[in-house]
Design a protein around this ligand. Structure first.
Ligand SMILES: NC(=O)c1ccc[n+]([C@@H]2O[C@H](COP(=O)([O-])OP(=O)(O)OC[C@H]3O[C@@H](n4cnc5c(N)ncnc54)[C@H](O)[C@@H]3O)[C@@H](O)[C@H]2O)c1
Length: 473
């Protein structure tokens, strides 16, 4: 089938490439000329495992093309997928202006039946909004061609996007139109050979499904982060608690990791958008709003731990801090709303010197981190450790799992290790010579371990909890 994918970002490029991989003829369109020029020159603008090879294979086979030209791309395609960004407005609502621009551009150039597919994450009622936008333009053009707008939210995860798209848990389609549903079934049929994973819903339920899924996942993270604070207060270990509750099949183990607060281009904005949609209807969602409140607080926990640690030493302003991992999660170069960016801002504000390293997200981070003589961009984890008083692990890239701690410690000036992802065993780290501070677990100090001491259950602990988890105004 001839398919047009509009918006060649993390979702659009993966969607278009995977459709081409299954034999469809795909045009990927973007208004960003540099991006399209780069793709036409064989450069992939994002880091996503497995994508580059697949793009090359399908461009070579002439199943995948890149363009900025709406006219010919719309004319030659039966289905037009909208995969543009839907960022947050200041009031939390999703900004639909890019989606509406695309709908108008499609309508300017269509002269026969098309299925227009909302794959961007969009609020309830957007099928209707896109339908009205297209109808208005067609009317102005005196064009009476038929069309159908379908909701098809995307559930891929950055870092595993190709695999998620090629082997989806489910494909949700929201439409009342049998002709459009039949076309969507045909498009996705190569992905259903193992078993049928298509779920056909009414459009509002399909649109709600995406927000419900992201809010549920984000809620699990905020729940664990909130528990982590209490674990520190009472001397429990959040990793052990995860094991204890995850064994219950009704709960399961996934998405139950405490950390530095969730980021990325989806969870924060989608949780905000869900609460905002409710407010638009005069309906309050205290549980959904609390997900963001807890997450905002969590994004200060690592910084507060660092401030406290150095307040008893030379002070953060006189400290060199290495940050490992800048992307919002491993296996992506996406830094949107990443916990590392918040931490960098908090530490720069108090005058710390920072040594930054990420395996894939350095270029994107350089675009958003302010120019400062306090920032040093490093070659690798060992380079980042040179002269550092502390290391902060923010993103759990696999290559950080087995660090050469001996070499790292000897490169450092001080022994502090702040583990935002609870990757290591506290007493092992103390034995290796680190002051080891993680999330929702007892801190262990290299000089205390020889006396058999940890910090849990003490008055000092109570104070630590209050400082790390006190809500900012
Ligand atoms: N990133 C994810 O993991 C993910 C997962 C599921 C759903 N989503 C949703 O998918 C949508 C896209 O997300 P993304 O991360 O791929 O965004 P992105 O910012 O990476 O890419 C969006 C692309 O759309 C292009 N664009 C904007 N306006 C355009 C127009 N009028 N015509 C043509 N191109 C235009 C931009 O230039 C950009 O290249 C969002 O709604 C997002 O919430 C994202």
């Amino acid at each position: 089938m001839d398919i047009l994918v509009i918006g060649t970002g993390y979702v659009g490029l993966v969607t278009g490439t995977c459709f081409a991989e299954m034999g469809h003829h795909v045009i990927c369109l973007d208004i960003n000329k540099e991006k399209i020029a780069a793709l036409n020159a064989g450069h992939i603008p994002i880091y996503e495992p497995g994508l580059e090879e697949m793009v090359r294979r399908n461009t070579k086979a002439n199943r995948l093309r890149f363009t900025t030209d709406y006219a010919s791309a719309v004319k030659s395609s039966l289905a037009c997928f909208i995969t543009v960004d839907t960022p947050s407005c200041p009031d939390g609502n999703a900004d639909l202006s890019f989606v509406k621009n695309v709908a108008s551009a499609i309508a300017e150039h269509m002269d026969e039946y098309k299925v227009i597919v909302n794959k961007s994450t969009v609020p309830l009622g957007t099928v209707q909004i896109v339908t009205e936008t297209i109808s208005t333009v067609l009317k102005k053009r005196n064009c009476s061609t038929g069309f159908s707008v379908v909701s098809n939210p995307e559930f891929l995860k950055e870092g595993n996007a190709v695999n998620d798209f090629m082997k989806p848990d489910r494909v949700v389609i929201g439409s009342y139109d049998p002709q459009a549903i039949a076309i969507m079934k045909e498009i996705y049929s190569p992905f259903m050979l193992n078993h049928d994973r298509l779920i056909i819903l009414d459009p509002p339920s399909a649109e709600m499904t995406k927000y419900a899924a992201n809010a549920m996942l984000a809620m699990r993270i905020s729940f664990m982060n909130e528990l982590a604070g209490l674990c520190e207060l009472i001397g429990a270990d959040i990793n052990m608690v995860r094991k204890g509750i995850g064994a219950d099949q009704r709960i399961g183990y996934s998405f139950l990791y405490a950390g530095p607060g969730f980021g990325g281009s989806c969870f924060p904005k989608d949780v905000r958008a869900l609460a905002a949609q409710a407010a638009n209807h005069g309906y309050d969602m205290p549980l959904v709003k609390a997900i963001s409140v807890v997450n905002t607080r969590q994004k200060s926990v690592l910084a507060n731990k660092i401030f406290r640690y150095f307040s008893e030493k030379q002070g953060v302003a006189h400290s060199v801090i290495a940050i490992l991992g800048l992307s919002f999660k491993p296996d992506t170069d996406d830094v949107r709303e990443s916990a590392a960016l918040t931490l960098i801002e908090q530490l720069l504000e108090v005058g710390a010197t920072l040594r930054l390293y990420d395996p894939a997200a350095m270029d994107n981070a350089k675009k958003v981190v302010p120019d400062s003589p306090h920032i040093h961009w490093c070659e690798n984890e060992l380079d980042a450790a040179q002269g550092a008083d502390a290391i902060v692990l923010v993103t759990e890239w696999k290559q950080f799992r087995f660090l050469d701690f001996k070499q790292i410690l000897s490169a450092m000036r001080g022994p502090a290790f702040f583990d935002g992802r609870n990757q290591y065993n506290p007493s092992d780290m103390a034995k290796k010579g680190f002051d080891y501070i993680s999330i929702g677990r007892s801190s262990v100090f290299s000089n205390a371990i020889s006396d058999g001491e940890t910090t849990n259950g003490t008055a000092q602990y109570q104070e630590a909890y209050e400082r790390d988890y006190t809500l900012s105004p």
